[in-house]
Design a protein. Sequence first.
Length: 315
Amino acid sequence: MDLSVIIPLYNERESLPELYSWIESSLKDFSHELIFVDDGSTDGSWEVVKEMAAQAGHDVRGIRFRRNYGKSAALYEGFAAAQGDIVVTMDADLQDSPEEIPEMVRMIREEGYDLVSGWKQHRQDNALTKNLPSKLYNWTARKVTGIRLHDMNCGLKAYRKEVVKNIEVYGEMHRYIPYLAKNAGFGNIGEKPVHHQKRKYGVSKFGMDRFVHGLLDLMSLWFLSRFGGKPMHFFGASGILMFLVGFVMTVWIIVAKLVHQAQGLKFRAVTDQPLFYLALMAVVLGVMLFLAGFIGEMISRSATGRNDYQVKEKL
Ligand code: UDP
Ligand code: MG
């Protein structure tokens, strides 16, 4: 099979029939399957999916969650179920255009990309609450991940099958799938400007909190990709630094006091100086960072994935 199209949906009943016929008319040249993942909808979306599957025959599949888990979970299940050589994800709300898919597929097949991400160049969402923060967020993401994408979190993406079978989307990490792919060794990432429509039915499922969460997740992924397998390198280094700062300050305070005392000058008790408390704090923090490092090492030592490597070829 050429293509699997995965569509995560949460309360998108009105959009589904239109979406379905739009996809079908755009993908005439490919053998494909559609995988609708109903993320715990309560508006009757599942009934629509069931009906579409019944009418279409075998190439429309559905997965229904018992409750709402989030877009990442929906994509995770979709990735696990996908059988096509190329796997495409798109939103269910008619904002992404399936007409972009053939060109994305061509880029993967002919230009050798592992992953092609859409770029909503003319984004049709609220300028103040979505577009502007999104620009800022993407700039940060580019700096941190080193992946030169304008629109990391675009719902419309196409992947070589090996990519989705070798990454694990979890939590709310659907925003950073290109980063997950890069960390798994699929670094050939392309971008294609895509058309973007206004939301026709239903409401957006993500509010402003996604920028806070998005930023925290970015920090977590950055940390995990750099130090996930060797936490002591991070905690130990900062621990040593902290400890040294505290140590030097302590020596300074004591020596200064002794020297003043010996020369018969006025001197302050060690515990009488603000610097003493800073030194104390630095030493304690340094020790705590070290402890965090040791605990981190124990966790990563017993992590199930500690020796999961991406072997590309073997002879
Ligand atoms: N979605 C989902 N589970 C959720 C939230 C959203 O499957 O918990 C789906 C939603 O139905 C849509 C896609 O993820 O197909 C993108 O959501 P939305 O359009 O609300 O995001 P926006 O375009 O506003 O960023
Ligand atoms: Mg949308």
